[in-house]
Design a protein around this ligand. Sequence first.
Ligand SMILES: *Cc1c(COP(=O)(O)O)cnc(C)c1O
Length: 371
Amino acid sequence: MTASFIPPKRILMGPGPSDVPQRILDAMARPTIGHLDPAFVDLMEQIKSMLRMAFQTGNALTFPVSAPGSAGMEMCFVNLVEPGDKVIVCRNGVFGGRMLENVKRTGGVPVVVDDAWGTPVDPQKVRDAFKANPDAKVLAFVHAETSTGAQSDAETLGKIAQEFDALTIMDCVTSLGGTPLYMDKWGIDAVYSGSQKCLSCTPGLSPVSFSERAINRIKARTTTVQSWFLDLNLVLGYWQSAGKRTYHHTAPVNPMYGLHEALVILEEEGLENAWARHRTMHEKLKAGLESMGLKYVVEASARLPQLNSIYVPEGVDEAAIRTRLLNEFNLEIGAGLGDMSGKIWRIGLMGYSAKQENVDYCLKALKACLP
Ligand SMILES: *Cc1c(COP(=O)(O)O)cnc(C)c1O
C-alpha cells in the first residue's frame, strides 16, 4: 500500500512558490462547497474587489483564472491578438520569450525588442519599434523578470504604447504585492499574475485584469478566440454579477479560499507596507551577501527587491551548493535559467518569505556552504 504523502518542511527562497503561511493552509482545509453556492459567489465578489486593490485598478473585469500564471498570460494573448495583428514584444529574459511564443501561436506578427538578460527593457528601443511599426496593435512586456531579477519601467512603457494607440499587456506575476504597481495610473490594459509569488498563496491561480479599452478590442474581434477555456466572452458570463452566474467550469473552490485569505492578509498589512517590507528585507539581504563578496547581476537602479540574482563565485559548483542547502538546511533557492544556467543563483524574498528570520537563515546557510 502506498502511504500518504508527507512533504518535507522547507524554507522557500527561490523564484516561487514562496512560503505559504499557516493561515492560508488552514483556510484551504475548510469544507468544500458548491461553486455556484451563493456563499461561494460572495467569496468570489470579495476576491475580485481585493484584487482591484492589489492591482490598483477600477477595472470591473478583474478575477483569478483557474490555472497558473502561464494560463493568465495565454488568456491575455489569445483574446487581445488576432491573426495578422502586429505585436511589439520585449524580451529581456525567459518570460519575455514565452510572451513571444504566445504571439506566434495566436497568429500575431511579432516585432521583437531584445535587451540583454539582467537589464530592463529599454524604452528608447520600444519607441523606435513603434516608429518603424506604427500599425502595431499591442505592446507586451514583463514588469518583473523573475529569470534575471530586473525590473522594467512600466509607467514609461505604458505611456509610449498609449502615444501610438496600442494596447499594453504586462506580466506582473512577480511584481504583484511585492513592488509598486499602478495599473490604472500607468494606463496598462491587460495584466496577469500568479498566486504563488508575492501573494504567498499556493500555486495554481492567475489573477488577471482588463481595461475597458481591452474589452472593446475583444468585442470587436472578427475571429473566434481559438481557446475555448480562455475565451473571455465565455468566462465573462461565469464571473459576471452575482445571481446570474452560469456554469462554465468548476472553479477550484478550496484554492479560492486560499487566495481570499492571502488577499485579506495583504489588506491587513496594507499594500504600501507590503512593498516597503520587501524593500527593507532586500536591503538587509543585500548587505549580507555583499559582505560575503557576492555580486549582484542587475544594476542597483533596476533591481527587484523580491528576486535577488547573484553571480556564483568562480570555481564553485553551483548545483552542489543548492543540493547542500536543500539537504542540510531545508532551504530552497533558485538556479539560473537559459543563458544564465550554472552562472547565477536567484534568491527570492517573496510575500511571507520576505522576513528577517529568512534573511538571517539564508545568509547563515550560505556562509556554511560556501568555501
Ligand atoms: C512564475 C512566472 C510566470 C509563470 O507562472 P506559472 O504560475 O509558473 O505558470 C510567468 N511570468 C513570470 C514573470 C513569472 O515569474
